[in-house]
Design a protein around this ligand. Sequence first.
Ligand code: NTF
Length: 800
Amino acid sequence: MYSSKVDAMTVSTTFTTQDMRAAILHHLTYTMGKDADHATTYDWRMALSFAVRDRIVDGWFASTRKSYEAGAKRVYYLSMEFLIGRLLQDGLVNLRLLDDACEALTALGLDPWQVISNEPDAALGNGGLGRLAACFLESLSSLGVPAHGYGIRYEHGLFRQSFVDGRQVELPETWLQQHHAWEFERPEARYRIGFGGDARDAGWDPAEAVIAAAYDTPIVGWQGRWANTLRLWAAKPVEAFDLDSFNRGDFVGAATPEAMARTISRVLYPDDTTEIGKELRLKQEYFFTAASLADILRRFEMEHGDLRKLPEKVAIQLNDTHPAIAGPELVRLLHDDNGIPFDEAMDLARSTLGYTNHTLLPEALERWSDHLFGRLLPRHLEIIDRIDQAHRATYPSSSVTIREPGVVKMGELSFVMAHRVNGVSALHTELMKSTVFKELNALHPDRIVNETNGVTPRRWLLSSNPRLASLITERIGEDWVGDLEQLSRLEEHVGDAGFLSAYAEAKRANKADLAAWIEAEHGIALDPAMMFDVQIKRLHEYKRQHLNILEAIALWQAIRAAPDADWTPRVKIFAGKAAPGYHFAKDIIRLINDVAEVVNADPVTRDKLKIVFLPNYNVTLAERLIPASDLSEQISTAGKEASGTGNMKFALNGALTIGTLDGANVEIRERVGEENFFLFGMTADEVVARRKIKDHAAKAIAVDPRLAAALAAVRDGTFCAEEPDRYAHIVQNLSGPDYFLVSSDFTDYWRAQREVDAAYRDADGWTRMAARNTVRSGWFSSDRTIRGYMADVWGAEPVI
Ligand code: NTF
């Protein structure tokens, strides 16, 4: 049986298929209370999850013990979003129990994949920012760094998306309606979080309060050598309900405190790129930040005592400005509650905090009205004023302010209260220095550093692309899983015909699997020999899904004009959600669906061009699509995509990129080689210059008849005969202001796409290019990114 001190490395080698079978049956019987004859897929999945969780827990405790024994510096990652997806497969893969589990389930007469895929995605994030946080947690555990993730236990994650007549419809997401197998409730870890009231005598007397209640999920690293904790906070009422109201017969009134409190952790805001001036959002931000800081200080005081040692032992990372209130909150805790002089408290807080910026879009930089702020957090507003004054006193000639009449600027606050501020790709970091934080950078020239994003190879290659992973392991052994740069050892194999044909076969088989799934789920038949051209990400004008669909329309028209020419058959696959209030983005979705309907029904073009928009994009769908992709669309307007991480996952899995010089595309191209990347479009500088040209869009359309014809088809109702004006506003935008320069970049995009066509027709040449993408993508591991943060920002070290 299991010994409590056993480390997980040993577990994985001694735990057999029989043990796994016994453990599953044990949990089915005693945890789920079911016998095998009556168990549903859900019961089996939960039983398996508990069996796997048991294998994590000892290593988890051991990690905690080692952290305490080492007295090591701890990393705390504060994030409003953790887009973790499914955890069962992750656990099985990292503990290397996947084969045993599959065998055990098969022996029990079950379909293992049906059981594993019964798990709902934990969609506690919107997109890149939340997924990055999830990759970071996994890497921190794989590297053995003592770390905690802190966030919110949303009852409802990102909405489910479905299409009705091609239109996006949002449905509530309900992952917590089932028991969440991976979390442990911690009734002892509760904090009272105040709001409102008065600030007086350098103190705060909140008018209301809620309880932050902790739920812990272990995050196990590669080979189970280490596990960290993701601690998510749920909001609960201070009093369960109002008994007085109840006794008066006012049952609704009696339930109000509970409903009000729970609202705070009820739902994830479905938009990360627009500024939202919502009271609830600010409450969410303060709620989880204050609970996390209270917890961090409690642990620190238990371990080390002297608060002046905080920066030596604690590194707190702010994932965007969402937890920016951590600066003033930490000052409040140190100064108001612990009597440390204000300036010293400010210095201690700054030395402890780091801030990561994830977007330069001006509308996404959080700004709060000081009226709202002062009403919810009166003491914090005073502290912010004092921070602002101190900064202005130190730099009297600077015009930087944290406060402006009526507003609190969270970007400036985060910058001033962090000892390091980082961007997420080389280009983005340079743009931070030259645009949004230009003046602050001049005052603090050493503060901004770059930490280019990365992705965890365990989930994004080993687990999601087993065919390619096995091929790699066959050639260079399996050390690459924990050290992705070893992929470069495959370089010599890229000339080897045997390797290349196996590489091509893995891709072909992945495509066949995807095609079969799409046919089964969505009734669309795809020939796996077609090029799978994929754009999957949030819908946003800067990401330019409309550029892609315009090119599809132009291609359709070109094929119709010369059906017998030598076309390269391709399917354009889209997936992604639009923020519910972002009407233009939702119209782009509908346009793509409308175009798909017409194009897919056209007998002339049918076997040469297909368009598919898969609903409800999520982590699991990404895991399915990326290994089966040939072409990765990374076509944002240069200067707008901070980094991208999907771009890295595609390159790693052997999709070639068609892309602009934006975000991490720049670094991907440098590493995979410019001959293995389809570049097009204006640079960030050219974009700025182009916008200054009068009528830039009209001029671009005037010189490109293909673009003009594609826009005309959208305008004249070719794709929506029942309502011809449906997309008039889109055409108007792309012919007039066209801020994201879709029209101006179209001609070059078309050119690059035809190069893609030609390259794809040379199957061997294509495979070689794809393989080079895989072999040269090792640097994009989130392990490398985390090492960068450890060295440049946190001053933390692994304990194993
Ligand atoms: C996103 N930002 C950026 O748009 C991506 O380019 C980047 O890869 C990820 O962050 C991760 O760094 C956001 O989601 C947000 F919220 F900042 F807009």
